[in-house]
Structures are given as structure tokens and as C-alpha cells.
Design a protein. Sequence first.
Length: 271
Amino acid sequence: MPTCDNPPAGWDCHVHVFDAAAPVRPGHYATAPRPLADIEALAAAHGVGHLVLVQPSVYGTDNRVMLAALEAAGGRHGGVAVIDPATSERELDRLQAAGVRGIRFNLVSPAGQRGDPAADLRALAPRLKARGWHVQWYVQASQLPRLAAWQAETGLRFVLDHLAGLHARLPEHAPAWVAAQALADGGAWVKLSGWYRLGTAAPYDALRPAIRRVAGMFGARVVWGSDWPHTSFPPDRLPDYDSTLFPVRAALGEAALVSLLGDHARSLYLD
């Protein structure tokens, strides 16, 4: 296995880490210990040596678990935090030094966004622009028109979680597709991830047309994420890691998958 000084080149752009001792927001899933070393070992076996740690909704704006993991990794990974307008400049500086390159709004999970996302976005926009950070969104497809308007208003770079919520049963001419095109035209990115959140089950064949359509819209602004450790599943029945890569390989081909795991991800999280 490659050493920490020479990790595999690939990027998994959506994982979470958990510490059983950390306090959580109630009303959502129960956390199990999921340390960084576990996903590093699993990912490395599939040619992935760089991770993007995404702040879980159950931790709210308490980024300490993610931050500790990033700092322990010594710059190998990136991060996406959850903050609010009250977050101090000192905290933002520490997050950036550890590898954070964006913030997340979660408008889906029960323990997700609290307060007014539009007001928080407007309040944070100047600070995000100053750092070159993007804004990652977990939303339902029906919420994409709002995002298109907010992206145009703020001029921030948006990143859309989990295929932008464009689920397997979405009609071909649904308004969400128009909004997705507007977001793509405005420079947004999309993550090919969270397949089981989109109305289908492995091997996710029903999502192939949507994956191809999204890839055509967003071009080089597409990355992949495993969504490990798959909080929708019992801890003893987690999806196989390769099963989260398979839909991209099946829909777009091996060469496209290599680009997603390499140049695309580096462009978003390093450039």
C-alpha cells in the first residue's frame, strides 16, 4: 500500500468521519465511530489517496472532528465545513489552513440547515469570496431554481451534492433540469455521488441517463464521491466501495472516470 508520503492519485470528493464521543444534533441518524484511517485504507485499495471530508449534518457548525482529521492528515485531504455568520475569522483561518475550501448548506436532512439559508449566504458571501471558497448544497431537485437565483445573485461558485438531486423518477422535461442547466451555465459543479438517495438501488442502472445528461451539462466541472460511510445504511450492511464507482464507469466510461478522480477534483480542491 502506498505510504502517506506517496498516496494514490485519485480523489474521493465526499466522505465523512465520525467520533463516537462528539456531541450530535438529535432527530437524525445515530453515529458510529468512523475514523479517517478506515476510509484512507479502503480508498487506497481502489487507487484513491485523497479525500474531501464533508462536515456531517449531525455535528452542525461544530467542525472539530473533521478539523482534527484534516490536521492529522498533513495536507493530503480537503474539507467542506458548516459555518454561520457568527463564525470568527480566526476559525475560518484555521479551517483554511487545514484544507477546507468550501462550506455546506444542507436543506434535506432533519439535522441540517437552521435559520434562513438565503440570509446566511448573503452575509457570508464576502468572506467566502475573499478566501476563494465554494458553497456546497445538498438539496432536492425541486429546490434547484432557488439555487440558480442565489448563484446569479452572489457570484459564488456552487457545488451540487448527490447528482443535484436529479433522481431516477424525474421527468425528462421537469423544471429542475432547466435550473440545473442554468447552474451549469453559471459555473456550478456537481458531485456524482449518493446514488441510493436518488430513488434507485445498486447497480443504479436507472440513473445512467441522468448521469450522462449531467456530465454533458457540467463538462469538466464534475467530480465523484463515495458518500462513505453511507449513513443511510446499517453499519453492518454498507455498500461495497466499488459499487459507488460503478455507475460512473458504466454511464461515462473508464477514461471519464479517471478524469473525474484526477484532474477535475484537483481543479476544484487545489487550484
